[in-house]
Design a protein around this ligand. Structure first.
Ligand code: HEM
Length: 552
């Protein structure tokens, strides 16, 4: 027997697999290194093949032995991972589905149809308050919290957490909002805060009023025909995003043409949705797969955002204030400290963040609002009684209307535009919750969709009761469980703008129209087809808007 035929080689391969797990993959983060891992293993396979070739000249035999060694190596690697994750990991005492502790793919498999919000709900119902549901890329390292204190612990001022690997999704682009570096986030957030400040809002507000009036006219053109709410609200929210972010008029409600950017965004997010908890798969795909299908949509969405920001940089500000003004200021201010390539990538990543955050979130909640108002016309009437005769240009009056704001809050509760996600990593002291210490360096997450519907937090949690937000506070058992805009140091900087835009749409459209479901519309569609794709994608809602002048 030659050395090449040595029966001990498979044992060595198993040992190498175990060693790779304990010496390498158990430590640090690997999600950005997919291609390196593949190349590393190909090199290892080539070296092994050459070694075998020194003792064995028949290629078919070399190939056969390589396969045996590969099976032995991966068998060692994955067995080591499984045993370690199930029995020796520091989170192994937490309850949760056993298979979730073994592989992240278990979670991905269960949410492949983008229903992570429902999956998390089931986990909560089965396992209770603190659940080890799934494992992250470096091991069984994730805790899902279904607890009202969680939002504050994750993001409250002075928190020690950092963002998890998901936030690397726009790499190689960067943005202050996606950065995982706390200082960089704090510094970069200042430019966003200026672009979304009250002063800036005063400038945007009349322009948004004008866009909502365009929306109302657009809806009027449908006459008695059904309005596809998703389509029309996508046009509107895209128009607002264009105006506020780039000072650019996309004119979608006027032209009634869907911008290709919306289609790329939606399809790109549909790809990111089910892979949100195993981001290494998406990153590997973006790096290795040819730009076809949804991978192509992803790249085209990126390029759309980048191109618009770059043309805004070239053309100047059109004399209109916009958020880009501040991003470009940051771009110019960092010229002395960063290379042009780095600044370009940052401006591009900033544009992507702003387009998605600024257009997709308000669209989702508007779809929910029109469903609820069609389903419960008494609430629409109650809002109409408040808004009739009110001047929409007066933002502070709208902000004080109780039922209008109750409808918006209740819709944000039941259809939160960000349903899951917002994953964090515990800091050096871990995280104490209900006297349970979650160790340092663990991924923690708290799904808003579930918290917003927990029986222990809300009376009649699944019912739409806008009054709970003003005249019936006893229906809210724990207000901490409401966090559609997140909280603390990472709360949504667009909250003020989003609320103003929502109030304006509901006010102006209800001043102009009565709303009802379109004849033949199946009311369950919104829930049955709802998807969790970074943002909430409700199922179709078709309504008829009856001009109130005619109805009277
Ligand atoms: C109803 C509409 C909206 C909802 C429910 C919403 C919700 C959220 C949530 C949950 C976060 C935290 C995300 C995370 O930590 O990963 C967030 C962050 C953020 N949102 Fe919104 N958002 C809305 C609209 C907007 C709009 C219109 C803008 C304006 C462009 C905006 C800008 C931002 C920014 C800049 C952040 C990052 C804050 C930070 O990390 O410092 N959002 N939003």
């Amino acid at each position: 027997m030659t050395i090449g035929q040595d029966q001990h080689l498979p044992v060595l391969a198993i040992a190498a697999g175990v060693a790779a797990h304990h010496g390498l993959f158990r430590h640090g983060e690997w999600h950005l290194h997919g291609p390196h891992i593949i190349v590393g293993h190909l090199i290892l396979a080539s070296v092994t093949a050459y070694y075998l070739y020194c003792f064995e000249d028949a290629l078919i035999h070399i190939f056969g032995r390589l396969v045996v060694l590969a099976v032995a190596y991966f068998g060692g690697l994955f067995s080591s991972m499984t045993i370690y994750r199930l029995y020796f990991h520091r989170l192994s005492s937490f309850q949760g589905p056993k298979l979730a502790a073994v592989t992240k793919l278990w979670h991905v498999w269960h949410v492949i149809d983008s229903t992570n919000f429902l999956f998390q709900q089931k986990i909560y119902e089965k396992y209770g308050t603190i659940v080890r549901t799934v494992i992250s890329n470096q091991g069984p390292n994730e805790i899902t919290l279904f607890h009202p204190a969680a939002f504050e612990l994750l993001d409250g001022f002075g928190n020690e957490t950092t963002r998890d690997v998901w936030y690397d999704i726009v790499r190689p682009r960067t943005s202050a909002i996606f950065t995982r570096d706390k200082l960089e986030h704090k510094e970069g957030r200042k430019f966003w805060a200026q672009g979304l400040s009250s002063k800036a809002m005063n400038d945007y507000y009349p322009r948004i009023v004008s866009l909502v009036k365009d929306l109302s006219r657009c809806i009027g053109t449908f006459g008695t025909n059904p309005v596809d709410i998703d389509q029309v609200m996508s046009w509107y929210s895209w128009d607002v995003m264009g105006e506020v972010l780039f000072g650019e008029d996309f004119n979608l409600t006027k032209s009634k043409i869907t911008h290709p950017g919306i289609e790329h965004r939606d399809r790109a997010l549909a790809l990111a949705g089910p892979l949100g908890d195993a981001i290494w798969i998406a990153l590997l795909g973006f790096q290795l797969l040819p730009p076809v299908g949804r991978v192509n949509d992803w790249h085209r969405m990126m390029h759309f955002c980048e191109d618009h920001m770059m043309s805004r940089l070239d053309r100047g500000d059109n004399g209109r204030m916009d958020m880009a003004t501040y991003f470009i200021e940051e771009y110019k201010n960092t010229a002395a400290t960063k290379t042009k390539a780095a600044r370009d990538l940052h401006l591009s990543g900033t544009a992507v963040t702003a387009v998605v955050a600024g257009s997709d979130t308000t669209r989702a909640v508007l779809i929910g609002i029109w469903w609820f108002l069609s389903k419960f016309p008494a609430h629409a009437k109650k809002v109409q009684a408040e808004v009739d005769g009110v001047n929409p240009n007066d933002a502070s009056t709208l902000a004080a209307l109780p039922h209008l704001n109750g409808v918006i809050n209740e819709s944000l509760r039941l259809v939160p535009p960000v349903m899951t996600g917002g994953n964090r990593i515990t800091g050096p002291n871990g995280m104490l919750i209900d006297n349970v210490l979650i160790p340092p360096g663990v991924k923690v997450t708290c799904p808003k969709y579930v918290l917003h519907r927990m029986e222990s937090m809300w009376v009649q949690p699944n019912d739409f009761i806008p009054e709970r937000w003003y005249s019936r506070p006893e229906l809210i058992l724990d207000k901490r469980a409401f966090s559609p805009f997140s909280t603390g140091a990472r709360y949504c900087l667009g909250k003020n703008m989003a609320l103003n835009a929502l109030r304006l749409v509901v006010t102006i459209l209800l001043q102009d129209y009565d709303v009802a479901f379109a004849p033949g519309y199946d009311e369950e569609t919104i829930w049955r087809d709802m998807r969790d794709q970074v943002t909430c994608q409700p199922g179709a809602v078709n309504c008829v808007f009856q001009p109130r002048g005619l109805a009277k």
